[in-house]
Ligand binder design. Structure first.
Ligand code: NAP
Length: 297
């Protein structure tokens, strides 16, 4: 499905859709937000008047980022959160419950890659998988009971990548992931374990895993598949789940290369995070602002 969305967040083009459905009581959490797309997104969401929790694995970097936004008059709170560390997730969830009682929007943005733009490395595959896939998954699972569930408000936006399209050549894995209706979280975990096993054995190339940014692509493939399963699981329970690919963006991850700035990517991410309740979709992969069904990627 390809549908162009009118995702204005503050315009008044449609009189039946009030431009702002949120308030300063709407709490949004953004991970990996001390720099790059995450920081730009926190800034944009705070400018739009939500209460934003800026999280970062490094306390110093996170505090400095939050302070610079607060100095500009924005409602931004900081909390430490290393998504690859279960004890950090646990402490963060306890803090969030105590400070706000719950949350409305989660943006899983934290991510790593150890590849240069034109090189491929699988040396850090475990870290990449632990951060980009298991980090988002563990945090999401810990926060599911904390969402103030409302079909019109509560959402998860996973910052993913089109490198995680179903471009695996391994036919068994491809078939499993394509069968969206039957796919389970356990099956996705199995695919990821299989990949890490092939990396350890040095057989990942002949086993047909993606050729470009291999570990990163698998981490995002797993995140896309998990988002689809979660969207199905949460349908009708007051929580939507979507993915967003910001495209090639100039950040530390790309060594400053890219087709657009972090601010431009964050502008689109903010529109998606704040899609009007009447237009809210679930289980979609947004390539920039166009929604695709996961299984038709
Ligand atoms: N840039 C692109 O072209 C592009 C394209 C498609 C998708 N994306 C996705 O967009 C998201 C943001 O990336 P970016 O381009 O803005 O890269 P970035 O500037 O390198 O930012 C990545 C952020 O994630 C944080 N992070 C890394 N590991 C973490 C962990 N274990 N716990 C918490 N935070 C952690 C980093 O913190 P530190 O400062 O401490 O390292 C940093 O704040 C990522 O999910 C990425 O995969 C980017």
């Amino acid at each position: 499905m390809v549908v162009d969305m009118d995702m204005k967040v503050s315009g008044s083009s449609s009189s039946s859709c009030p431009p702002r459905w949120w308030s300063e009581n709407t709490v949004v959490v953004v991970t990996g937000a001390n720099k790059g797309i995450g920081l730009a997104l926190v800034k944009r969401l705070a400018e739009l008047g939500l209460t934003v929790v800026l999280t970062s694995r490094d306390v110093g970097r996170g505090k400095a980022a939050a302070e610079s936004l607060r100095a500009q008059g924005m409602l931004v709170e900081f909390s430490q959160l290393d998504v690859s560390d279960p004890s950090s997730i646990h402490a963060f969830v306890a803090w969030l419950k105590c400070r706000f009682g719950g949350l409305d929007i989660l943006v899983n943005n934290a991510g790593v890659s150890f590849n240069d733009v034109y090189s491929n490395s699988i040396e850090h595959a475990q870290t990449v998988i632990d951060t980009n896939f298991y980090g988002a998954k563990r945090l999401t699972e810990a926060l599911l009971p904390v969402f103030r569930r409302s079909a019109t408000v509560s959402r998860i936006l996973n910052i993913s990548s089109q490198l995680g399209l179903l471009n695996v050549r391994n036919l068994g894995v491809k078939k499993l992931l394509e069968d969206e209706g039957a796919l389970t979280v356990a099956a996705i975990d199995g695919v990821v374990s299989q990949f890490l096993r092939h990396v350890k054995m040095g057989t990942w190339e002949e086993e047909g895993w993606p050729k470009v940014w291999t570990d990163y692509a698998v981490s995002k493939l797993a995140l896309n598949a998990y988002s689809s399963v979660l969207a199905r699981q949460e349908e009708g329970r007051g929580l939507s789940v979507n993915c967003f690919c910001p495209g090639f963006t100039r950040t530390a991850m790309t060594g400053g290369q890219g087709q657009h700035s972090a601010e431009e990517a964050a502008e689109v991410a903010a529109r998606l995070a704040l899609i009007h309740p009447r237009k809210l979709l679930t289980g979609k992969f947004f390539k920039w602002s166009k929604p695709f069904m996961y299984s038709m990627l």
